[in-house]
Design a protein around this ligand. Structure first.
Ligand code: PMP
Ligand code: GLU
Length: 398
């Protein structure tokens, strides 16, 4: 009999990390798996950021830091928010954490009472639903399809608002669809929210620098949203620093204090050395630091779209940011190669993993079960090979 808590039993394993684990297991058996499952840049952290960390070790940044982060890091984040996003914060409104994932966990645990509802435009990042559930909140999915470029409208959101609605949580650029909400789309959502002053917005902007439209807009800059928006960001994606584990929020003071309180009991603070590296990243010119990566991702996006559009039945839109494509593969549901039948996107991904040795992530856990997520944070060569394998494998299905 299992002895773990009901809370744990209600929690799903992270689908992204589960697929990464299964790919590693097959690779360990000597199978040549091309893993396009995990969302992390295949670039190394820039040298000048690594130098700052080496210096931090020599300067003995080996102690606990204040719970929300070193004062110099928080002040660098304040400057970053002003410079890049036109968002005004004071250092006590900033909380740095062990990745944006912990920032989101802090927020859910600090803000949600049991039964509070959180609006999640689909597709959403896999961990949103699970973090909401962990905090005993209720995820409310707001559907979208590839035909609207995976965008939801203010009317769709308003239709599911109830007296229990506490948060709207979304990422733009979006993981997994790459969708970027424009300024006018966000203004329309903000206008609708003016009628509901008790709803707060969690704006996850972690893919800010991987935006091919060049027009990142922060919903928190809209005057009516200023005191109701928590802007989440981090160094993982834009600065290729996934393993350093630094994320942060800029939030109304009472929310920053609440997150600080939770974090003080859970992790104390993130790693001091990583904080010094993140401080250096925040002070750098983001355009030039991230340009090469952005250009490379854009080239790969076009390459992968060309390949996918050449596969029978696969339906793609053109993602405007992040490093994912999220094609609709539902035309394969119900088909079989004579041995295996594909009933849903999970079956589709397992079929490709076991037969073509390509790892993708099923759309179910992102709220769009007709789709799959392909991360193109991999070399051109691997991407080409993967697309060829997928095409060949899918041709076996009838
Ligand atoms: N938000 C989104 C949309 C993500 O894709 C990720 C995945 N890295 C995170 C937050 C968490 O990032 P991290 O914890 O690495 O800062
Ligand atoms: N956020 C990345 C992804 O979506 C990394 C994995 C994770 O943290 O879940 O693949």
């Amino acid at each position: 009999m299992t002895k773990v808590s009901d809370r744990l039993n209600r929690l799903a394993e992270s689908a992204t990390l589960a697929m990464a684990r299964m790919s590693r297991e097959l690779q360990a058996k000597g199978i040549d798996v091309i893993a396009l499952s995990l969302g992390e840049p295949d670039f190394d952290t820039p040298e000048f950021i690594k130098e700052a960390a080496k210096k931090a070790i020599d300067d003995n940044f080996s102690h606990y830091t204040p719970v929300p982060g070193l004062p110099e890091l928080r002040s660098a984040i304040v400057q970053k928010f002003k410079r890049d996003n036109n968002l005004e914060f004071t250092p006590d409104q900033i909380v740095t954490s062990t990745g944006a994932k912990q920032s989101l966990a802090n927020l859910c645990l600090s803000l949600l009472n049991p039964g509070d509802e959180v609006l999640l435009p689909c597709p959403y990042w896999v961990s949103y639903t699970e973090l909401v559930k962990l905090a005993e909140g209720v995820p409310v999915e707001v559907p979208s399809t590839i035909d609207s470029d995976f965008k939801v409208t203010p009317e769709q959101l308003e239709a599911v608002i109830t007296p229990k609605t506490k948060l709207l949580m979304f990422s733009s650029p979006c993981n997994p669809s790459g969708t970027v909400y424009t300024q006018s789309e966000l203004e329309a959502i903000a206008k609708m929210l003016e009628k509901y002053p008790d709803i707060y917005v969690v704006a996850d902007e972690i893919y800010e620098h991987i935006n091919f439209t060049e027009k990142h807009f922060s919903i928190g800059t809209i005057p009516s949203m200023k005191d109701r928006t928590i802007t989440v960001n981090g160094v993982s994606k834009g600065f290729a620093m996934t393993g350093w584990r630094v994320g942060f929020i800029g939030a109304p003071l009472w929310i920053a204090k609440a997150c600080n309180k939770i974090q003080g009991q859970v992790t104390s603070a993130t790693c001091a050395i990583a904080q010094k590296a993140a401080e250096r990243a925040m002070l750098a010119d983001p355009r030039s630091t991230t340009q090469e990566m952005r250009d490379t991702f854009l080239k790969r996006r076009d390459m992968i779209l060309a390949k996918l559009n050449n596969i029978e039945g696969v339906k793609c839109n053109v993602p405007e940011g992040a490093f994912y494509v999220f094609p609709d593969v539902s035309c394969y549901f119900g088909k079989s190669d004579g041995t295996t039948t594909i009933n849903n996107s999970d079956d589709f991904c397992m079929y490709l993993l076991n037969s073509a040795h390509v790892a993708l992530v099923a759309g179910d856990s992102f709220g769009n079960p007709e789709c799959v997520r392909i991360s193109y944070a991999a070399s051109d060569d691997k991407l080409m090979q993967a697309m060829d394998r997928i095409k060949k494998q899918l041709a076996q299905l009838n």
